[in-house]
Each structure stands twice: as C-alpha cells, then as structure tokens.
Design a protein around this ligand. Structure first.
Ligand SMILES: C[S@@+](CC[C@H](N)C(=O)[O-])C[C@H]1O[C@@H](n2cnc3c(N)ncnc32)[C@H](O)[C@@H]1O
Length: 399
C-alpha cells in the first residue's frame, strides 16, 4: 500500500513526539518523520485509522494529506464532496512560517471552498472562523480543536488543514483529541484537588509512554487522587495505586469507581492502598507490574522567580523522595517494563531551567533511560512560558 502523509498538531512539543513514537512502536506501526513546521509534525505511514489516532492524548489534530500545491486555486476538492451536505459546518486552518502566508492561504482556501460548495449545490453551510496567532516562530490561522469537537466538524462536515512545507500540504482533518472527555474526567470526578493532580491528558501520555496494553497492570506508587490510574483504566489496563495519605487513597477509590461507572468499564481490576512507595513489597508481596507511571512531587507555583540557589535547594529536597523510592519501584517492575516518571523543573531569575538528574540513581537500581529517536535529552521538558514551576518527564526501561 502506498504511504500516506499525515500532519499532526502537537500539544506538548517533544513530549507529544515521544508519545507518538512510543505509541506506534507499541502497536508495531512504522512511520517516518518527513518534516516539522512550528508545532506541526509531518509523517509518512501506511494508512492509520482515526480510532488509532484518537488514542494519542498529546496530539490536537491529525489530518490526512490529499494534495500538494503552490496555491489554493484549482485544487481538486472532490474528495470532500461526499461529506458536504446542507447546513453542515466546515473550517479551514493553516500553519506557516509567515503571518501573511498563513492568512492569505486560509482566505484563498475558504474562497475556493465556498465556490466549490456552491457548485455542488450545497446550501446554508456554516464556516467556522479561525484565530490568527503566532506560536513560537511560526504562524497559524487556526480553528481550535476543541471547537471542532464541540461543533462535530470532523464527523458531520470537514476541516481542510494546510501546512506550508516547501509547497502547501493540504489535508483533511480525520481525528481531534477528545477534549470533552479529558475535561469531563478532570472536572466532573467526585474528588478534585488541582494543587496536587495532573491534567488527565498528561496522565494519558504517561500511560502511552509505558506501552502498557489492555489486560496488563500499571502501578502509580504516588497515586494521589488517581488521575494516572484513571487514564490507564480507560485503556483497559489494570491499575494499582499507592499513597501515604489515607484521604487521597479514599479519594482515588471514589474517582475510579465514578470513572468505571461513567464509561461502563467492566474488565479492569482496580486496587488502591495506603502505603509507602519505598516499601512496595509490603503491599505487592511477590507481584510485579508491567509499567509504572507517576508524579511523586508537584511543587507549588512560585510567586517570585527564585535564584539558582533557592531553586536548587527546593529541588534537592524533592529529589530525596525520588531517590528513596527508585529501588522499590525497580523491584516491582517486570524486566523490560517501562517507568514514566515526572520531575519538577524550575525557571530561575536568570532564566535558567533547573531540575535534578535521577538517571544516575535510577541506573544503580537497573532502571535505564529508554532510547527514543525523538528525544535528545531527559527529562523531556513540558514548557510553559506562564509558569516558573514546570514538569519534566523521564522514561526508563527496567533491566
Ligand atoms: C503530586 S501527588 C500525585 C498526584 C497524582 N498524580 C494525581 O493526579 O492525583 C504526590 C502524592 O504522593 C503522595 N506521597 C508522598 N510521599 C509518598 C511516599 N513516600 N509514598 C507514597 N506516596 C507518597 C502524596 O500524598 C501525594 O498524594
């Protein structure tokens, strides 16, 4: 089968790229990165279904490329004809290196589509307008993916997505991330505490990094209110959570009961215990798990940027929790099993981003950095220009 080209808009930069690599490796799917434009990643792969794409949490949109052109006029849009119907909603998004080209190509595409729809006799359609914004060094005229989902554009109409990579690559959006589902699991679960929990989307990325499959078991030894456990359960993975705080353990149990009921998940085993991550053998006895995903410490937001020394002091204290639990985690993880571990990273007054290196301590207990082509250095930083405390992600393989 001829390779297809896909354009992905990444939510978390290199972490999203790492997720794509881990996810495809786990599914034995081959792909090749053929380009990057701003936060768009362009891939070549055999045909991949929208269902498979929707398992990725760190990708906002996926478009399948159907044309390559220098301009919007004269494009063959027949492929969209069968999705065109009266009163449908449609959209155009463009991604480029300059403001003018993003804006002009979006306008030209919109014009072309209006004429085409008219020629097809389709009436009263609604075009969703996008926003023009600069992202890093590139420009986007974008209809946001949450809007596409809310308006059911992919299912009941279409979005044409174009990215300027030498020529314009023009595609049709075939999948958008399930914003509504992730938001619901974040904001409708019975027990919430944004001071300690992570966004469910990030939790799903961690689960995908571990490569845990349906029927396998994932452990979060610092489980808090069970966000990571919930996302693993959504994938059909059995879960074990541990936390020293009995109230949080109770909270995690309630949240997981709610999730299993809401999503009618029947075939997943859930266990959450009060205990210490340093003494997992007390809880798990001889058992081993297939994957570990965890965030042991989430530092509170800082009002003032700290000096390098202040940041290093905070991190040194936090690092102890990590070092103490690594031996126990490694013993409970099966050989070749993967552990995705989140560490705090701090932006200091001087603009430096400091963190601590758990790789050396991890190596002493057999946890080795897992090589991914898309990752230059661990931790993979989740950059957030609005925050002084950010997250970094390590991925290890046991043995
Ligand atoms: C940052 S929170 C994790 C939150 C979780 N990712 C979520 O989204 O709900 C870290 C958790 O680790 C727990 N904790 C701290 N030290 C621990 C230890 N030594 N063993 C197990 N849990 C511990 C805390 O009670 C806290 O709930």
């Amino acid at each position: 089968m001829a390779a297809k080209r896909y354009v992905l808009t990444l939510a978390y930069g290199s972490l999203s790229e790492a997720e794509v690599e881990a996810y495809f490796t786990n599914l034995n799917l081959n792909y090749r990165v053929v380009g990057r434009v701003g936060r768009c990643l362009i891939l070549e792969a055999d045909e991949i279904s929208p269902q498979i794409w929707s398992g990725l949490a760190g990708v906002y949109k996926v478009a399948e490329v159907f044309a390559e052109a220098g301009e919007a006029e004269g494009l063959n849009l027949n492929l969209l004809a069968e999705s065109a119907s009266d009163k449908m909603k449609w959209a155009v998004s463009t991604y480029s290196d300059t403001r003018d080209s993003a804006e002009e190509f979006a306008e030209a595409l919109q014009q072309s589509l209006k004429e085409t729809l008219k020629a097809w006799g389709v009436r009263k359609t609604k075009m969703l307008r996008g926003d023009l914004q600069k992202v890093g060094s590139s420009w986007e005229y974008e209809v946001f993916s949450d809007r596409l989902q809310e308006e059911r554009v992919v299912e009941e109409g279409f979005e044409v997505l174009a990215v300027r990579h030498k020529n314009w690559l023009i595609g049709r959006t075939i999948a958008v991330v399930d914003h509504l589902g992730y938001r619901r699991r974040d904001l409708e679960r019975p027990i919430q505490d944004p001071k300690i929990t992570m966004p469910p989307k990030l939790a799903r990325i961690l689960v995908n990094l571990t490569g845990c499959k349906r029927g396998e078991t994932l452990l979060d030894p610092f489980c808090g209110l069970g966000t990571i456990l919930g996302e693993a359960a959504m994938c059909g993975v059995n879960v074990i959570g541990v936390d020293t705080d009995a109230n949080r353990v109770e909270g995690a149990r309630k949240n997981l009961r709610w999730l299993l009921e809401e999503y009618r998940i029947k075939d997943v085993k859930v266990e959450v215990y009060v205990g210490y991550a340093e003494r997992l053998h007390k809880i798990l006895r001889g058992r081993v798990v297939d994957g570990v995903a965890t965030e042991p410490i989430l530092l509170p937001p800082l009002k003032q940027p700290p000096t390098d020394q202040e940041a290093e002091r905070m991190l040194e204290k936090a690092s102890e929790t990590y070092y103490r639990s690594l031996p126990s985690i490694s013993k409970r993880l099966k050989p070749e099993g993967k552990a995705a571990i989140v560490v705090p990273c701090i932006k200091t007054k001087r603009g430096r981003i400091v963190s601590f290196d758990i790789a050396e301590e991890a190596a002493k207990v057999g946890l080795r950095l897992y090589h991914l082509h898309s990752v230059e250095n661990f931790p993979i930083l989740i950059e957030d220009p609005t925050q002084r405390v950010m997250r970094g992600v390590y991925l290890f393989k046991n043995g």
